[in-house]
Write a protein that binds this ligand. Structure first.
Ligand code: SIN
Ligand code: FE2
Length: 217
């Protein structure tokens, strides 16, 4: 281990757990930035309120969503897609804070994705009972770029499966400050979040927030 690391101003000790080739959990990698991340989510949500969107099949999602960055992920009866403006206000999404981009790039680099520069950040808000069914992230143009996912607030059980929906899933407990990166051979693995257990987090109350960084175009 390179002990000079500890002298670096950005260094915050965290632990890496590999899930499979191309995927790892960086435990606590977002902890150093927790307050600034949460403040930024709040100001983004003030400009672009969280919305419960509908799947193309007409189901209301239980997770509320907003976005920042050049592109935002949305869903409605016309399908899943990225777009540069909010479907409600037709305004561009708020800019991605430098802190968000830097954190995502640093996490991606730690897992071997050296040229990841996200252009989209989906912000998910889970309240007790909210869940995300197993799915693949495949609306992005360049599948050589990874997904970086930051967990804040209440803990959740992340399901990490295989390349087929029916493959066995690992259950990964994600807590405040954890960052998951998946790309390469793992890029199209199915994943989801089990219904959020009620609780009270000192910084986020009854919510879990998840930031998912993507290179959409
Ligand atoms: C997602 O797959 O977009 C969300 C993952 C999570 O909330 O941890
Ligand atoms: Fe996803």
């Amino acid at each position: 281990m390179n002990l000079d690391l500890f002298d670096h101003p950005d260094f915050h000790p965290h632990w890496r757990e590999d899930l499979c080739p191309g995927a790892a959990v960086l435990r606590g990698a977002a902890l150093a930035d927790e307050s600034e991340l949460l403040r930024a989510i709040e100001s983004i949500a003030r400009l672009m309120p969280f919305q419960y969107r509908a799947t193309p099949g007409g189901y209301a999602m239980s997770v509320a969503m907003t976005n920042c960055g050049e592109l935002g992920w949305v869903t409605d009866s016309r399908g899943y897609r990225y777009q540069a403006t909010s479907p409600e206000s037709h305004h561009p999404w708020p800019a991605m804070p430098d802190l968000f981009r830097t954190l995502a790039m640093r996490a991606a680099r730690e897992v071997g994705f050296n040229d990841f520069v996200p252009d989209a950040c989906l912000i998910n808000r889970y309240q007790p009972g909210a869940k995300m069914s197993l799915h693949q992230d495949k609306d992005e143009v360049d599948l050589a770029q990874p997904i970086v996912s930051v967990s804040l607030g209440l803990p959740a059980i992340f399901q990490f499966g295989g390349l087929e929906r029916s493959d066995k899933t690992q259950r990964v407990n994600l807590t405040h400050g954890d960052v998951v990166v998946w790309g390469g051979a793992a890029r199209l693995r199915y994943h989801g979040v089990l219904p959020l257990k009620a609780g009270e987090h000192p910084l986020t109350g009854q919510y879990r927030f998840n930031l998912t960084f993507r290179k959409a175009r």
